[in-house]
Design a protein around this ligand. Structure first.
Ligand SMILES: NC(=O)C1=CN([C@@H]2O[C@H](COP(=O)(O)OP(=O)(O)OC[C@H]3O[C@@H](n4cnc5c(N)ncnc54)[C@H](O)[C@@H]3O)[C@@H](O)[C@H]2O)[C@H](O)CC1
Ligand SMILES: [K+]
Length: 513
């Protein structure tokens, strides 16, 4: 689904009321009524007519949406519903909808006049609907609004953000100390907004529900997308022909392992085989090779020989490999010889060194990249600094956690590789210009070795058909997430080794469908 910035959404709003002559109040009525219906469908079992619902409205249209929701709830029989106005001076839509709510018989409190009553209502509420500020927010919330948000966050109520959690504007989040509603559910209007998806933002948003508002379809189709958002189940892995034989399923070379970290490349290799690679060769240093038992369940093992990269279909380089000058020389040889590949873990540090030394970029084919780089935020921060894209680690980390869409595209372009930022929500940026976000939020998948497993799947997907590196990355991330969900359902928490079984199940299921 298309993700937009708040600015683009406001532009759609203006076009709808300008060129298309749709009165703003009509859109607001649809937004509020549909948001209430979406909430009711989602929480039918959690609330009843006795539940204490509190609708908090700021001065702008976000407050107007919350007031329409309050009226819809009251009309349905939630007669204990109350409204809290943030200010006594409000915009036109809030003034009008407040009068309508009062006319219906809803109790309306105002933060400016009834502070104590408002505090009591917040502590007493079962559900709080947050309509303090939406996409119109400028900077961080001002002190009065911030105080209200703090009280809401302290309450025991279920918190439902209208459009976006208040405080999470396009530009508010990176401001140090900004106060933001911590929502359990976010009912976002028509199209999801970009700030919901940064790794830090996603922690504050809860479950995301997209509420149809009824904008003209043409306006939505033409709107500039900041990203595409995927839930893992939506992403299709290309089918394998029933007659696909090991040679057609591709030969992957995994290079990694150092004396204390030799488990990582084995996990990666096993994951590659379980996600559908036909042949997997694991390449190890002499020292590890010498003490590796011969039978590794179908994985071939060789001594380190970077030129062998030319004999396989793709490579994964870096899991548990360590980094030094000798590794850098081997890295250089692999990059020169491989048709395509995945750069993970220590390979990412070597990539930063290699790019600086060569001043070049990873080799492409027919104008597109054939490489995927899979950093977690720490590795991505170091790469950003070593490429000169950020002053220091702190700046890089803050950008990656709050606005990765500003940093990952130039990083992808500089490396000529698809960058997969691994976190509880994954962001994928491509040098050709695409930006995809894959929903995650599965703590069980955040286990040691999970990244090695993902690297193995990325390598396998690079060998599948004519897929571009960008599609291969998207499909690998989605497959990893689906397997993680399946494994958590069956086992609760699990090890990366246990995850591999589920990689096999999910991979076979999607490839054979
Ligand atoms: N396009 C749509 O999807 C629709 C959106 N709707 C809703 O409208 C809001 C956007 O409304 P807008 O009036 O532009 O602004 P907000 O209500 O989000 O907030 C502005 C409000 O807040 C005050 N304010 C601004 N900065 C600060 C600050 N730093 N501290 C405190 N207060 C601040 C400002 O004075 C304004 O009063 C969108 O999110 C949707 O919820 C439509 O209703 C339906 C169509
Ligand atoms: K809000």
């Amino acid at each position: 689904m298309k993700v937009v910035t708040g600015k683009v959404m406001s532009c759609i709003d203006r076009q709808a009321s300008g060129d298309c002559a749709i009165p703003g109040l009509l859109l607001m009525e649809d937004a509020g009524q549909n948001a209430w219906r979406s909430f009711r469908t989602l929480c039918r079992e959690k609330i009843d007519k006795e539940s204490k619902l509190l609708f908090v409205a700021g001065k702008g249209n976000n407050g107007g949406d919350a007031l329409v929701m309050a009226r819809a709830a009251f009309s349905e029989g939630f007669t204990g519903a109350k409204v809290v106005l943030f200010a006594s001076e409000n915009g036109e839509s809030v003034r009008l909808h407040t009068k309508i709510c009062e006319g219906y018989g809803l109790k309306v409190l105002c933060m400016e006049g009834d502070k104590l009553a408002v505090q009591a209502a917040i502590s007493d509420a079962d559900v709080i609907f947050d309509g303090i500020a939406g996409t119109g927010l400028k900077g961080a919330l001002r002190p009065m609004a911030a105080e209200l948000v703090r009280r809401i966050n302290e309450s025991r109520a279920l918190k439902v953000a209208v459009d976006i959690p208040s405080g999470l504007g396009d530009d508010a989040f990176p401001i140090a100390g900004s106060v933001i509603v911590r929502a359990d559910i976010t009912l976002t209007m028509e199209l999801p907004k970009l700030p919901l998806f940064s790794p830090e933002g996603r922690k504050l948003v809860g479950r995301i529900v997209v509420v149809p508002v009824g904008f003209p379809l043409g306006l939505i189709a033409e709107a500039e997308a900041a990203a595409e958002w995927f839930v893992p189940e939506e992403v299709q892995v290309p089918e394998l022909a029933p007659w696909a034989y090991k040679n057609r399923r591709g030969h992957l070379l995994v290079i990694g392992g150092a004396p204390c970290t030799d488990g990582a490349p084995f996990l990666c290799a096993m994951s590659a085989a379980s996600s559908g690679a036909g042949l997997v060769t694991l390449m190890l240093d002499d020292e590890i090779f010498a003490r590796t038992p011969p039978d590794r369940s179908g994985i071939m093992i060789r001594r380190l020989d970077p030129k062998f990269a030319a004999s396989v279909d793709s490579v994964v380089i870096g899991p548990g490999w360590g980094r030094n000058e000798a590794r850098l020389a081997a890295f250089d040889a692999v990059v020169q010889h491989a048709a395509s590949g995945v750069i993970d873990a220590d390979g990412i540090t070597l990539l930063g060194m290699w790019l600086n030394k060569n001043g070049g970029r990873l080799p492409g084919k027919d104008g597109s990249t054939r490489w995927i780089v899979t950093p977690h935020p720490g590795e991505a921060s170091r790469l950003a600094v070593s490429l000169g894209l950020c002053r220091d680690i702190e700046e890089a980390r803050s950008m990656l956690l709050t606005r990765p869409w500003e940093l990952l595209p130039p990083m992808a372009e500089r490396c000529n590789g698809v960058i997969v930022l691994k976190s509880h929500i994954s962001h994928i940026a491509s040098p050709e210009g695409g930006y995809e976000i894959v929903e995650g939020n599965n703590p069980a998948l955040g286990t040691g070795g999970s990244g090695d497993v993902l690297a193995g799947i990325c390598g396998t997907m690079l060998m599948r058909g004519e897929m571009a590196a960008r599609e291969a990355a998207l499909e690998a991330v989605a497959l990893h997430q689906r397997a993680g969900k399946h494994a958590a359902e069956k086992k609760g928490f699990f090890t990366a080794g246990q995850l591999i079984e589920f990689i096999g199940i999910e991979s076979y299921r999607s490839a054979a469908e």
